[in-house]
Ligand binder design. Structure first.
Ligand SMILES: Cc1cc2nc3c(=O)[nH]c(=O)nc-3n(C[C@H](O)[C@H](O)[C@H](O)COP(=O)(O)O)c2cc1C
Length: 178
């Protein structure tokens, strides 16, 4: 019974999370930001390498510099950015050379997005940024790559929530072989 409730809560969380593109300017406390990032800290990673770091931008000057790296007006209004960075040298590479940095960081980012939603905040994955500009703005050390910007904040009450537009189960599930 307990498990069923846990799934119901989890389902509600993943079903309600959405890409928010309209934020209020209400600040987010550093304690809450740390709670959210703690969910990323607990994420699984290949060979438990944890090849990630999270740069938190919550001061006005740097905020503007990061906003300029993504050419969309809406992102300027999020009060906080978390930049999820991957360390390719630290990550697990399979014997055939496949680098697992992006997979590991992606899991951690989604933990952040879900933890934020659970705490009443909203987020949006942003990957379509100018990588060179962002690396320069953050003084990114050699070998670290900014993989996603996560704007974080409270939604504006009139922030549009698009209906979930997803493939049907029978389009994505194959039982057995192709
Ligand atoms: C890896 C990845 C990169 C994304 N990059 C962007 C982006 O650069 N800008 C943006 O507005 N949304 C971006 N998104 C958000 C997607 O557009 C969004 O998740 C998708 O349309 C489904 O909508 P939903 O998140 O509201 O359910 C990205 C999502 C993912 C997972």
């Amino acid at each position: 019974m307990k498990q069923i409730n846990a799934y119901a809560d989890f389902y509600e969380l993943v079903n309600n999370r959405y890409s928010c593109r309209k934020y209020s300017d209400e600040p987010v406390s550093r304690d809450k930001i740390l709670d959210i990032i703690n969910a990323a800290r607990l994420a699984p990673s290949a060979c438990n390498k944890q090849p990630w770091q999270f740069v938190v931008v919550d001061t006005p000057e740097l905020h503007d510099e990061v906003a300029k790296c993504y050419d969309r007006n809406w992102m300027k209004f999020a009060p906080v950015y978390i930049i999820a960075c991957g360390n390719h040298a630290e990550a697990w590479h399979r014997a055939d050379g496949k680098d697992h940095t992006d997979i590991d960081v992606a899991i951690a980012v989604e933990h952040i997005c879900l933890a934020a939603s659970a705490l009443g905040f909203e987020t949006c994955w942003v990957c379509n940024f100018d990588e060179k500009m962002l690396s320069a703005a953050l003084n990114m050390p050699e070998g670290m790559e900014p993989i996603a910007i996560i704007p974080l904040g409270y939604r504006m009450p009139d922030s549009a929530v698009a209906p979930k537009n997803r493939k049907e189960m029978d389009q994505i599930v194959k039982w057995g072989k192709y």
